[in-house]
Design a protein around this ligand. Structure first.
Ligand code: URA
Length: 224
C-alpha cells in the first residue's frame, strides 16, 4: 500500500469520525459522553465489527477497551493479529443505554439506531476495504445477513458481506465472559475454530482470475 493511499484513507476516516461526532440522528447521540467511531489500521486485512459501545468505550471514545476488548485482543493474538493490525468498530457509534432510574445500563442497539448508523459503517468498510469482516455476536452479523441469521448454527461459516467482502461471525467476547465451566470450554473451542477459519482465509492465495477463453476463429475456417 502506497504512503499516499494510506494517508488518503486516514483522512477519509478522520472525516467520517468528525461526521459521527456531529451526528444527533438518535436520542443516544444526545446522551453519550463520546461517540465511538472505531480505530485501527486504515489498510487492515480484517475489520472487526461489534455491537455497540459500552460504558468504558463511551467514557474513552474508543471501541472494545473494557473487559470484552481485553478478551478480543487475546482472541486476535491467537491467530497472529495485534489490535493495531485490524480495524475495530461497531454497528452503532454511540452507547445504547437504558435509564433504570438508578443508572444508565447498556442495552442492545435498536433497529432504527442501527439503520441511522449504517451509512457510517458502510463508509468505513468502503474506505478500509478489508480482505475479511469478523462480526462479533448475533446483532452485528444480523445487521449484514438478516434477522434469520442464527449465531449458534451459522457462526464459523463464510458469507458474502458488503461489496462482496467475505464475512464470518463468531460469539461476542462479552458473551464468553458471562460463561463458566464446561459451557465456556465448549464455546471457546467453537470460537477457536472460527478464528482459525479467519486465519486460513487471510493466508489463502488470492483467487486466480478466470482463464481467458482461447479463441481461434480461423482454425476451422481454413479453406484448405
Ligand atoms: N462490546 C461491543 O460490541 N463493542 C464495544 O466496543 C465494546 C463492547
Amino acid at each position: 500500500m502506497s504512503v499516499a493511499e494510506r494517508s488518503r484513507r486516514e483522512q477519509a476516516l478522520a472525516n467520517g469520525a468528525a461526521a459521527v461526532d456531529r451526528c444527533r440522528r438518535c436520542e443516544i447521540g444526545t446522551i453519550r459522553q463520546h461517540s465511538v467511531y472505531g480505530e485501527g489500521d486504515p489498510c487492515a486485512a480484517v475489520m472487526v465489527i461489534g455491537e455497540g459501545p459500552g460504558e468504558t468505550e463511551d467514557k474513552l471514545g474508543r471501541p472494545f477497551v473494557g473487559r470484552a476488548g481485553a478478551l478480543l485482543e487475546k482472541m486476535l493474538l491467537a491467530i497472529g493479529l495485534a489490535r493495531d493490525d485490524v480495524f475495530i468498530c461497531n454497528t452503532v457509534k454511540c452507547r445504547p443505554t437504558l435509564d433504570d432510574g438508578v443508572r444508565l445500563r447498556n442495552r442492545p442497539p435498536m433497529p432504527d439506531e442501527m439503520a441511522n448508523c449504517r451509512p457510517y459503517l458502510d463508509e468505513q468498510i468502503e474506505i478500509v476495504r478489508p480482505q475479511a469482516i469478523l462480526c462479533l455476536g448475533a446483532p452485528s452479523a444480523k445487521s449484514f445477513l438478516g434477522a434469520k441469521f442464527s449465531i449458534s448454527r451459522q457462526r464459523g461459516q463464510w458469507f458474502e458481506g458488503p461489496s462482496g467482502i467475505p464475512l464470518i461471525a463468531t460469539f461476542h467476547p462479552a458473551y464468553l465472559l458471562r460463561m463458566t465451566g464446561g459451557e465456556l470450554d465448549a464455546s471457546k473451542r467453537l470460537v477457536w475454530a472460527d478464528l482459525k477459519a479467519l486465519r486460513a482465509k487471510l493466508d489463502a492465495p488470492p483467487a486466480a482470475a478466470p482463464e481467458p477463453e482461447v479463441v481461434q476463429p480461423t482454425l476451422f475456417e481454413s479453406d484448405i
